[in-house]
Design a protein around this ligand. Sequence first.
Ligand code: SAH
Ligand code: MG
Length: 219
Amino acid sequence: MTDTDTTATTAGVPSAAVLAAFEGATGFMPVGEGLALYAAAVAAAERTGLPLLEVGSYCGRSTLLLADAARRAGVTALTVDHHRGSEEQQPGWEYHDASLVDPEVGRMDTLPRFRRTLHAAGLEDHVIALVGRSPQVAAVWGSPLGLVFIDGGHTDEHATGDYEGWTPHLAPGGLLVVHDVFPDPADGGQAPYRVYLRALAEGFTEVSVTGSLRVLRRG
Ligand code: SAH
Ligand code: MG
């Protein structure tokens, strides 16, 4: 780090290069929420010295931020996805992207674009991609985490499974981040909101609110 490298010394803010990569990546996270996720990831990694885990890699948009935060703090980012897309990303649904279908298999496969995104940003050495169903991966997971970021399936079954599968691994003082929290049903589905309410009821405390992104700390 040099004296002129001002972005790298600004706590909790990604470099211009990482931000540009994020903005150019395929995915669903607005910049403001990305900045909040990044700040939480840096804080969690520096505080706990433990890995950061994401559910919902998709094409690597939010993963880029976790990877860079992990790099800065000297930890590793982990990201879980079966890479076959959520319900609303299947053909005929609102968030389907036909360019992400593997023509040979006839199903979505977001892993190739995910890998290109992380490679182009020079961050792939800081990420371990776990390809599989979130509850199945969580069931065999056995080490503590500094941050759990839930951004996977949006049904109650999936969101609850992510919460129940991963938060037991969150270290004391670690951060739980939930995306797509919409208190008003007119703004979006309620499953992540219900997970957020449950976390508050189970002893997590709110750290920040940015758009639909909620950051909570384990007491
Ligand atoms: N974080 C991404 C968006 C994730 S979209 C971004 O910033 O753009 C949600 C992802 O969750 C999809 O890629 C989908 O395949 C994945 N997903 C949904 N349910 C899942 C489950 N039960 N296990 C693993 N991945 C799941
Ligand atoms: Mg999301």
